[in-house]
Write a protein that binds this ligand. Structure first.
Ligand code: 5GP
Length: 192
């Protein structure tokens, strides 16, 4: 087991409805030391890959992306969630369905912060059905920028997102892939 898998076993809580709660270290209270290790690990895995920007999505991705960015020496842009879309042409937009909240949001990124010269690493906390990632990829494509890779903290391997994204040919590096979890026993198993 790696450091993140160990932490998930120690502090993660399995909830009904295929939700893994990790709010004591990943997305409410934030363990910055752990984020630093995650950043170090992604930097190792993406060594030699051209990356000049990290893109994430609010809110949970921001902290992880910012700490990871210290290992890449690049700026972070986060896609903002917005119910209404400003159609003045200054924004790239995509529609994203939230796995946890079951609602749809537009996500927007200003055209000022993404362009055809950008080689982008996407970072996010979870990968479930892949909607959030597909929204971010679509925004990068709208800007004619390049997706250099994708770093995910926790992929739920029993949901389809990971396979969809890998089948599209993207390099996806998930630090922990949960292959099964049981809210009755609390058991969590990882892909080796
Ligand atoms: P997707 O778009 O891949 O279906 O879901 C990704 C987003 O849903 C993540 O950014 C994360 O915020 C949220 N999410 C999905 N599954 C879980 C989960 O099991 N636990 C938590 N805490 N968030 C999740």
């Amino acid at each position: 087991m790696n450091f993140l898998e160990e932490r998930i076993i120690k502090d993660g809580v399995v909830k009904e409805g295929n939700i893994l709660k990790v709010d004591s270290f990943l997305n409410h209270q934030l363990d910055v030391e752990l984020f630093d290790k995650m950043g170090e690990e992604w930097a190792k895995r993406f060594e030699g890959v051209q990356i000049n920007k990290i893109l994430t999505i609010e809110a949970s991705g921001i902290g992880i992306a910012c700490v990871a960015a210290r290992h890449f020496n690049v700026p972070v842009v986060f896609a903002k969630k917005s119910q209404s879309v400003n159609l003045d042409g200054e924004m790239y937009t995509a529609e994203v369905e939230s796995f946890t909240h079951k609602n749809k949001n537009h996500v927007i990124v200003s055209k000022k912060f993404l362009n055809e010269n950008d080689k982008v690493l996407i970072i996010d906390d979870f990968l479930a059905n892949g909607c959030a990632l597909q929204g971010l990829i679509s925004i990068i494509n709208s800007a004619n920028a390049t997706v250099s890779g994708i770093g995910i903290a926790i992929e739920k391997g029993f949901q389809p997102g990971g396979q969809i994204i890998r089948n599209l040919g993207y390099r996806l590096e998930s630090l922990a892939i949960v292959d099964g979890m049981n809210h009755v026993t609390g058991e969590i198993s990882f892909r080796s």
